[in-house]
Design a protein around this ligand. Sequence first.
Ligand code: SF4
Length: 373
Amino acid sequence: MLDTSIQGPLGGRELSRRDFLKFCSLMAGVLALPRSYAKKFEKALAAPQRTPVVWLEFQDCAGCTEALLRASRPTVAELVLDILSVDYHETIMAASGKRAEEAKKATVEQGGYLLIVEGSIPAAEDGIYCCIGGRTALDILDEAASNALAVIAVGSCATFGGIPKASPNPTGAVSVMDLVTDKPVLNLPGCPYNPVNLTATVVHFLTFGELPAMDDLHRPLFAYGALIHDNCERRGHFNAGEFVEAWGDEGHRKGWCLYKMGCKGPVTYHNCPAVRYNDGTNWPIGSGHGCIGCSEPDFWELGVYNHAELHRFTPPETYAPVYPPEQKIAPASAALMGGLAGLAVGAAGVAAYNALTKPEQEDESGDSPETES
Ligand code: SF4
């Protein structure tokens, strides 16, 4: 039973006040802010003026748009469409052709909008590999960014180049932040990104008038401030040295750690364990597949299914693109642990360490490894 309906920008949607307040509390949680901030969000989101949005798509699979549209709860992505005025989005807007282009032109000329970009931008051959309405993506992005309040890149393609940038990168694909250098740019990487994080970013922007704090890759710290490995529901099994050895084995059925199956959780920053996907239904590790590191630059170069590399404790330089430079592991540990950033081989990790290193010790000298704690 619905109670008082929200009016103003949320009018027309049957969203109860209780649901709206729950949404504000959820946003406070995602943004890692005290629940008291929910009041501030409520005030900002109830403002009658809706912030315009221009959403551009370039070299992508439209998976990020799909992720947005598949969110079924009005408290997540649908609400973005209500608190914002999406003036241009090729995939979902009713208008097409000249009318669509005119809508974008009018919004850009007026200014004061958020620009959201999905997909990488081909820069080779003057950008001819991606043309829309007779104009290159390079030209379209340059124009759309010129009057934007801020630019939000969603998905791995827009943030870091994505699969289109994979070697040999025939189109010369680059990311949004490679091209837009005179506006605030925030990255929400992931394949796809998580709509919850876009919603939280927008709520933060509308409430505080600025983008949330970011890391050196322009990722908001509220969503990319911690390693997946440190919040993973299987971490206890990692610490206990209980690993899946083959798909469908006893450990897999029991929900043990997927590190030996190539899980990149130890080198990937994302809040997947907390927010999950599909309205919080599940996430890759929860469904039995290791993390592929899709929120890190060049994740496809890691060999997503090249599990043998991790299995043999490949040296950390293999993982240079995702290895946090400020975190250091002693060479002896690094060679053995293969990029397990942030792992302290303390009491909780001894079983894991033993389980992961034992085969190599036996194969080689049988000596005990030296580690730094
Ligand atoms: S290696 Fe992967 S599955 Fe295992 S605890 Fe870490 S993140 Fe979870």
